[in-house]
Design a protein around this ligand. Structure first.
Ligand SMILES: Nc1ncnc2c1ncn2[C@@H]1O[C@H](COP(=O)(O)OP(=O)(O)OP(=O)(O)O)[C@@H](O)[C@H]1O
Ligand SMILES: [Mg+2]
Length: 233
């Protein structure tokens, strides 16, 4: 399959090491991975195995100690921070495990932010689009709430709406259903796969949710910083 579908993400020999009190800690060790355009991939593994670190490297949020990541045809290590930020804001959606909403912005303003930063659409259109996404994640009644007034699951849904708002070519989500009850989780999963179908978006999801992993085209497993299955998705 990967011969005729161009990879949207290509990873070769990717390693991440950090210095700690006892010396050097290897968080990711020689990861090779290829993810086809329009596919959906679940990254699974025990807590502390390196999933979030890998996701951050794939999205260009963090830099590698060794190896390469090609995202949408661009070698991330050759881009500076501004160029990586431009690539992300144009084509990538990211849902952090910790949500990372802007505390001084309301739910609606948080969802509007990626489009406001692009400054390509009139403010009113951005607001209408953001409202419709908040409606789709079940938060039509919470648009004016600041993050600290939202429950954990509500913050997670705002973060998802914010990631969806630009119709990204690649959506990275770190445990996107982690704080949601089953019914809300299903609705969010449906929304992600609808985007995958409708816009051809590639989904790269870290999850402990077997149901979500099951719906993906492929699952890759990390154990203590090493990929134990799933190359060439
Ligand atoms: N900057 C850092 N400095 C030192 N150690 C780090 C750093 N970042 C991550 N680690 C360590 O690397 C390991 C992998 O972290 P990571 O957050 O990627 O795990 P994870 O698989 O996402 O876990 P979880 O399922 O709990 O979210 C952990 O043991 C963590 O403590
Ligand atoms: Mg994590």
């Amino acid at each position: 399959m990967q011969n005729n579908i161009e990879p949207v993400i290509e990873v070769r020999g990717l390693s991440k090491r950090v210095k700690d009190a006892t010396g050097e800690l290897t968080i990711l060790d020689q990861i090779d991975l290829s993810i086809a355009k329009g596919s959906s991939v679940a990254i699974v593994g025990a807590s502390g195995s390196g999933k979030s670190t890998l996701l951050g490297l794939l999205a260009g949020l963090d830099s590698a100690s060794a190896g390469s990541v090609r995202l949408l045809g661009k070698e991330l290590s050759t881009l500076n921070e501004d160029e990586r930020a431009a690539l992300r804001s144009g084509a990538v959606g990211f849902v952090f495990q910790s949500f990372q909403l802007m505390p001084h912005l309301t739910a609606l303003e948080n969802v509007m932010l990626p489009l406001e930063l692009r400054a390509e659409m009139p403010h009113g259109e951005i607001a209408a689009h953001a409202r419709s996404l908040l409606d789709q994640v079940g938060l039509a009644q919470r648009t004016g709430h600041y993050p600290k007034l939202l429950s954990g699951g509500e913050q997670q849904r705002v973060a998802l709406a914010r990631a969806f708002v630009t119709h990204p070519a690649v959506l990275f989500a770190d445990e996107p259903t982690g704080s949601l009850d089953a019914a809300t989780g299903y609705a969010i999963i449906d929304l992600m796969f609808e985007m995958n179908r409708r816009n051809g978006a590639t989904l790269v999801l870290v999850t402990h949710d077997a149901e979500l992993a099951e719906r993906c085209d492929a699952t890759v497993t990390i154990e203590a910083g090493r990929l134990v299955n799933g190359i060439g998705v």
